[in-house]
Ligand binder design. Structure first.
Ligand SMILES: Cc1cc2nc3c(=O)[nH]c(=O)nc-3n(C[C@H](O)[C@H](O)[C@H](O)COP(=O)(O)OP(=O)(O)OC[C@H]3O[C@@H](n4cnc5c(N)ncnc54)[C@H](O)[C@@H]3O)c2cc1C
Length: 374
């Protein structure tokens, strides 16, 4: 049924890799993370090449909910409990800094008006969720991060004013254009079939390079079998409606511990995702086909929100999870960096870690990686 993000977006065409090339650095996977690394490496003066097995942002990076949220996948109060206040604060601050860079690099694709964590959609509905929402707020306040109480048309909860939304496909196209202007080369429809120190091999060509950054989130275990046992490929699904004229939702929202999330786009369409907890085993898969059970759930959720516009799109994409809830950012062979497994929220963390892997290749150190590495 297609995806909402393809409406009115032309993705540029790039050639397939059909020869043997050399570069300083190769980026494998051109979603939001890989494209950020590509642009950053070109801006740092490297001869850099990016390859994708499909078109740019063919995976989750071009098919997601469009929420730009600070922090890692779990909420700040839980991250403090799991990893300590200092580390939780450092991780949160790194993601806030990356959101500033995302906004500065592609302002046309970004809206940082804040996003809501809603504890109660209807008064008295879920006391526990609201209590947890306020614990989340209190932890952010204690560490000096922006957050406000929210009570309004979209429910009761908290507004994180530094969060926001972006257009995933538009941002990918802008990043690809900026990267090629900065001197990067891009090849699409060129899957990496072997990745080893110093060499990436595709079906019809290869690239010799001192440094390799592999940014394929959902496909990480397949691209780098040495870490397959550390990542769980997982399907996430969304639907979107035709323009809804009777309802105006100012903010993007997430509810139920982040299981469900939605936003109204500037043209009135509503994009909603979630419901994975309904079918956890079924969704622990790398099969990209969407399913009826999740579609039915999301349709009911829209009905509860009073949305009557018809469904236009239903799609899925694959991400990876880790056991600990921390992403993977690891040198898996000499100067081969794996970045991914953002546990469902990789729009900000993916860009941050892929950029930082480039810095580590060049400088031999990255404070971001030191803070994230588990
Ligand atoms: C439905 C859904 C909703 C989501 N909502 C949000 C959200 O609102 N906020 C948020 O922060 N995160 C969200 N996420 C997660 C987020 O989309 C991903 O974590 C993030 O986009 C990952 O980006 P990436 O560039 O690292 O990887 P990917 O998007 O997975 O990109 C990988 C790229 O690598 C290519 N590739 C794969 N294997 C190879 C290979 N062997 N050789 C060459 N290329 C290869 C693919 O074609 C793809 O283009 C959502 C994900 C989904 C699926």
């Amino acid at each position: 049924m297609g995806i909402v993000w393809d409406i009115n977006i032309e993705r540029p065409e790039f050639p397939q890799l059909t020869s043997n090339l050399e570069a300083d650095l190769v980026v494998v996977g051109l979603g939001g993370s890989g494209l950020t690394a590509l642009l950053h490496a070109a801006q740092r003066g490297l001869n850099v090449i990016g390859i994708d097995s499909d078109r740019i942002a063919a995976g989750a990076a071009g098919r997601n909910g469009g929420l730009l949220l600070a922090g890692i996948a779990d909420f700040h109060h839980n991250v403090r409990k799991d990893f300590g206040v200092d580390r939780a604060t450092a991780l949160y601050q790194h993601t806030l800094d990356e959101m500033d860079r995302i906004e500065a690099t592609t302002p046309e694709a970004v809206s940082r008006i804040g996003a809501l964590r809603i504890g109660e959609l209807n008064r008295g509905e879920d006391a526990e969720e609201l209590i947890d929402t306020y614990a989340h707020r209190d932890a952010l306040l204690a560490d000096g991060f922006p957050v406000k109480d929210y009570e309004g048309e979209q429910g009761v909860g908290i507004l994180i004013p530094s969060d926001g939304t972006f257009h995933p496909a538009k941002r990918a196209v802008l990043l690809a254009n900026l990267a090629t202007k900065a001197g990067a080369q891009i090849f699409t429809h060129s899957p990496a079939i072997k990745i080893e120190s110093g060499l990436v091999t595709t079906e019809h060509g290869s690239i010799k390079a001192k440094h390799i950054v592999v940014a394929v989130d959902g496909n990480l275990g397949k691209a780098l079998p040495e870490i397959a046992d550390q990542v769980q490929p997982t399907r996430l699904q969304m639907i979107s409606t035709a323009p809804e004229t009777k309802i105006k939702m100012q903010y993007a929202v997430y509810v139920r511990q982040g299981w469900d999330y939605w936003q109204q786009l500037p043209d009135g369409r509503i994009a909603i995702g979630g419901g994975r907890d309904l079918a956890l085993e079924q969704e622990a898969t790398d099969l990209v086909e969407p399913t009826q059970i999740i579609r039915d759930y999301l349709e009911h959720k829209l009905e509860d929100l009073g949305v009557t516009a018809p469904i236009e799109h239903h799609w899925a994409a694959i991400v990876s999870y880790t056991n600990k809830g921390l992403p993977i950012v690891k040198e898996v062979q000499p100067s081969v960096w794996a970045v991914g497994a953002y546990c469902g929220t990789g729009n900000v963390v993916g860009a941050l870690l892929a950029r930082s892997a480039v810095d580590h290749c060049l400088d031999g150190h990255s404070q971001v990686i030191a803070d994230f590495a588990s």
